[in-house]
Design a protein around this ligand. Structure first.
Ligand code: ADP
Ligand code: GLC
Length: 476
């Protein structure tokens, strides 16, 4: 179960993973379905969805229906249709002004409740889940409802994609959402007197994963545990890190319909056409030689794009060009737009969510930047390696697990794929300078590009690890 699933609804990597992991598991023969809310974008994308069950109103929860339709790579979608909760303009979590929906507890409480129902003996479908795989805080109450359900019931696996979003609400809501009074305690769903969806999951889930091995260690520390480190350290035997894979068909420079010119490891010189096209479409000066730095990112403090703002003026003097696409915090958006206005032709910024441009930047940039403060996994650094656009990344989480820093040794043994730095803006600048100097050494650069392009970022081995975990916890 998931609050987003690409291409139907996506705000970040969770949307990508919620489509590509089920597809990979289905290829391994897992009989699975994806449960997600019936937002308007989902309902319009699958008009052929058929009713499978009606769920009556219950306390604060309005009546809802479960619809079924074919989803990514043929994996069935179970769409939770509930017009008063999900059918509105705006995003999945926020309104058009960027404010959280005031009834998010109810919206995602219902999603969690129905997921638990699908894994319980009372399941209204002719199919019952043995494992309910929950993703991020929006699904956090499902392990609680399951823990208190009559047996037989499904096991719960909770995957932490982003521990900094926790779903914290007024304590009174615990009653409204039908949580057993016994669960509202520090040994349960309570977090400093409030109801916390994430904490609920971390307490009740049968097993937990996060999306890279390094991040599984990081979240047990005070620095990156966002208040949950104590509980996670206590439950460390039930926690593991499984690196995300990517959809290697959707993100394939040799077959990508969204880029100006397709290329592969043997036709790398053709990549320049994508750079020219990106320079033209983002109104950057046409210049084949200048290194073009690309960013595609949610504009949240997590992503460290503010570090780039601090050094942007120095960067263009290297010289370099910068192409940024993102959406998020108002102040950062304004700062980026001001930079672009101050440096026309050298810094280009596009605010908004735009899938084709994201592909265009991956293919057209020379170097991809991800200076994240923390990064549970990160997908763009994998996309960029596959597109021959070596990334500059901060030494954290999944970035550490998926990028090998350039050095004479890693170049010699063919493992170097990018540039890893630790620290703040000055260190980011030094890493970009390092990348730009290698960029000028053409044959070395080609080697670096080829190393990244030939790496296997597919789901195969990680999907097998999920399957092994499902088997370990499944109840019959
Ligand atoms: P996160 O989930 O933390 O945002 P990831 O690197 O895991 O980070 O995934 C981000 C995904 O969202 C990628 O597929 C990326 O291309 C996409 N993305 C982020 N911002 C935008 C945007 N403004 N327009 C298009 N795609 C975006
Ligand atoms: C989150 C994380 C990101 C991860 C994605 C998919 O949004 O911020 O690092 O790649 O989820 O798991």
């Amino acid at each position: 179960m998931t609050p987003e699933c690409a291409p139907l609804v996506k705000t970040g990597g969770l949307g990508d993973v919620s489509a590509s992991l089920p597809a990979a598991l289905a290829r391994l023969g897992v009989d699975m379905k994806i449960l997600l809310p019936g937002y308007p974008s989902v309902l319009t994308a699958v008009p052929q969805a058929r009713e499978r069950a009606r769920i009556p109103a219950d306390g604060a929860f309005p009546a809802s229906r479960i619809l079924e339709a074919a989803g990514p790579a043929g994996v069935p979608l179970l769409i939770l249709e509930c017009p008063p909760l999900y059918e509105r303009n705006g995003g999945p979590y926020q309104d058009e002004q960027g404010e959280d929906w005031p009834d998010n507890a109810l919206r995602f409480g219902l999603l969690s409740r129905v997921a638990a129902l699908v894994g319980s003996h009372a399941c209204p479908l002719p199919w019952r889940a043995q494992v309910v795989h929950c993703n991020d805080w929006q699904t956090g109450l499902a392990p609680v409802y399951l823990a208190f359900a009559q047996p037989p019931r499904a096991a719960s696996l909770f995957t932490i994609h982003n521990i900094s979003y926790q779903g914290i609400f007024a304590p009174e809501l615990a009653v409204e959402l039908g949580l057993p009074p016994a669960s509202f305690s520090p040994e349960g769903v309570e977090y400093y007197g409030k109801l916390c969806f994430l904490k609920a999951a971390l307490y009740y889930a049968d097993a937990m994963t996060t999306v890279s091995p390094t991040h599984a260690r990081e979240i047990q520390t005070e620095e990156l545990g966002f208040g949950m480190h104590g509980l996670l350290a206590k439950r460390r035997d039930s926690l593991s890190g499984i690196l995300n894979g990517i959809d290697t068909e959707l993100w394939d420079p040799s077959a990508d319909p969204l880029i100006a010119r397709r290329y592969d490891i043997h036709t790398l010189p053709a990549k320049i056409e994508n750079k020219r096209s990106l320079q033209a479409s983002m109104e950057l000066a046409r210049d084949d030689k200048v290194p073009l730095l690309g960013i595609v990112s949610r504009l949240a403090p997590q992503k460290g794009v503010d570090l780039l703002v601090q050094i942007a003026a120095t960067l263009i003097g290297l010289p370099a060009q910068i192409a940024i696409q993102g959406v998020g915090e108002g102040l950062l958006q304004r700062e980026l737009l001001a930079l672009a206005r101050a440096h026309p032709g050298r810094i280009a910024v596009r605010i908004g969510f735009n899938e084709p441009l994201a592909h265009g930047i991956e293919a057209g940039a020379d170097i991809f930047l991800m200076p994240s403060r923390f990064e549970p996994c990160g997908l763009n650094q994998m996309y960029s390696q596959r597109y021959g656009t070596p990334p500059v990344v901060r030494a954290t989480g999944g970035l550490l697990d998926s990028v090998v820093d350039f050095s004479p040794a890693t170049l010699a043994d063919g493992t170097a794929t990018g540039f890893v730095f630790d620290g703040g803006a000055a260190d980011l600048l030094a890493a970009i300078e390092r990348a730009c100097s290698v960029y000028r050494a053409r044959t070395t650069w080609r080697d670096l590009q080829r190393n990244g392009m030939s790496k296997d970022f597919g789901w195969n081995s990680s999907a097998e690890r999920y399957l092994a975990l499902y088997r370990r916890i499944a109840r019959v």
